[in-house]
Design a protein around this ligand. Structure first.
Ligand SMILES: Nc1ncnc2c1ncn2[C@@H]1O[C@H](COP(=O)(O)OP(=O)(O)O)[C@@H](O)[C@H]1O
Ligand SMILES: [Mg+2]
Length: 418
């Protein structure tokens, strides 16, 4: 805009100089000249107004936090606002002129979607899909489309795609679903456990009385010992149900998470050695302390380590790392916060994609002697301690479980000051 202004100023100076010469004085007094000058001034004013309006609309479009793309009737991208470029990690030049379908992570969906948009002029509302960014990462997005109409004729000239990154919303939705499943199944388990525990106690008492009527070397006494053992096993299982359905309220204090990890490692070191599993740790310097119930977090770490051991029957590497991360949403509806992240990674069998969401479900197990409560209890404990748990895995390559704890303002560590 200022460039235009400079040019206009220069032109006005030239005109003024010309008209200041004596022969021009007469012309300037003429009515014709005055009329022209009036029109010229009016035009200049209109031009200024138009530039202001143009600048305003451009600023609105560029400062929107959602991505805006405009696609022509051939399906070619002809405009992208700044947020679109930021979200998609593209330079304008690399995006402009490209077919819209090329942004989709799934090429088939890309051509199907673009076809419906163009041929049927279909409109999409809050449609969820995945886009491939310029850096070859995949981001989940939600988009709404509308037609781009000529103002006068209302003729459709193209399409406007209005989209945003929905990673956070998807995360929250998944976490909520997980919690809901847990709650219903938890109640069910509690009911069943209660119903079975009582008659079991009766059976056990009666069996013990029965055993007293046989000599210890009588084969019937040995059978009864077997029955008692099975009753104890069932009781043990039921107690675990109870643990699961009635977790104790966490008693939170500030703890050094690395000390908790080291403690569990020491407990398991002999077993790791026997199973030919190497252990490595990468702890970030100066990590803030976490506000947690130590015994509950130890239980979680123990579960994760034991699962990793199970996942590496032929030996392997168990890696634990800690780091601080910014801007993590830990619980539904809350603001992103700074968090301490603990990653437990193994290079074992991994988890099939269709099982990834299920591993946190109560009773989900792929092991012949598994119970499938370890991860669901762990997940619940982490949530109760204000954090969240996530899993990533590549089948055949291993799995990573991530624990996030909010960083809470710590009171000074007395021991450290001494
Ligand atoms: N580190 C891991 N690697 C591969 N699969 C895992 C891992 N951790 C958990 N799983 C999968 O999740 C399931 C549920 O785990 P969990 O709740 O601890 O129950 P369980 O260990 O009794 O099977 C396991 O059966 C297994 O299929
Ligand atoms: Mg387990």
């Amino acid at each position: 805009m200022s460039k235009h202004f400079e040019k206009r100023k220069q032109a006005a100076m030239v005109v003024n100089r010309l008209y200041s010469t004596p022969s021009m004085m007469n012309v300037m007094d003429s009515k014709e000249y005055q009329d022209l000058k009036l029109k010229y001034d009016q035009l200049l004013k209109m031009h200024d107004e138009l530039e202001k309006i143009y600048g305003f609309h451009k600023a609105v479009l560029q400062n929107l936090t959602s991505g805006i793309l405009v696609v022509n009737l051939k399906g070619t991208i002809i405009f992208a606002n700044r947020s679109a470029l930021d979200l998609l990690q593209y330079e304008y030049l690399h995006l402009q002129g490209k077919p819209f379908s090329f942004l989709f992570a799934d090429p088939e969906e890309g051509s199907y979607f673009t076809n419906r948009l163009i041929k049927e002029k279909a409109r999409f509302k809050s449609r969820e899909t995945y886009f491939l960014t310029g850096k070859k990462t995949v981001i989940p997005i939600g988009m709404t489309t509308s037609t781009f109409n000529e103002i006068e004729s209302q003729q459709v000239n193209g399409f406007i795609i209005h989209f945003s990154d929905i990673t956070v919303q998807l995360d929250q939705r998944r976490q909520l679903e997980r919690m809901e499943r847990l709650a219903t199944l938890g109640e069910l388990a509690a009911g069943i456990a209660h119903e079975i525990k009582n008659p079991l106690a009766g059976i056990k008492a009666a069996t013990q009385v029965l055993q007293e009527s046989f000599k210890p070397d009588d084969f019937r006494s040995q059978l009864i010992t077997r029955i008692l053992r099975e009753i104890d096993r069932s009781n043990d299982l039921l107690s675990r149900f109870f643990d699961f359905t009635r977790p104790k309220k966490p008693i939170q204090e500030f703890h050094d998470i690395e000390m908790l990890i080291d403690g569990i490692y020491l407990l398991l070191a002999p077993r790791l050695k026997k199973k030919k599993i190497r252990f490595s740790k990468e702890f970030e310097n100066g990590l803030p302390r976490v506000f947690v119930d130590a015994s509950q977090i130890e239980q979680v770490l123990m579960n994760l380590f034991l699962n990793a051991v199970d996942a590496m029957p032929g030996g392997g590497l168990l890696k634990v790392s800690t780091q601080t991360v910014n801007q993590v949403v830990l619980q539904e509806g809350h603001q992103p916060v700074q968090a301490v992240c603990v990653k437990v990674t193994d290079d074992g069998v991994g988890i099939a994609p269709e099982n990834l969401e299920k591993v946190f479900n109560p009773f989900f197990t792929t092991k012949s002697s598994g119970i499938g409560l370890g991860l669901s209890i762990s997940n619940r404990l982490i949530v109760e301690n204000g954090g969240k748990m996530e899993v990533n895995s590549q089948p055949g390559k291993g799995a990573t479980f991530e624990l996030y704890f909010p960083v809470i303002e710590d009171k000074p560590n007395k021991e450290a000051l001494v």
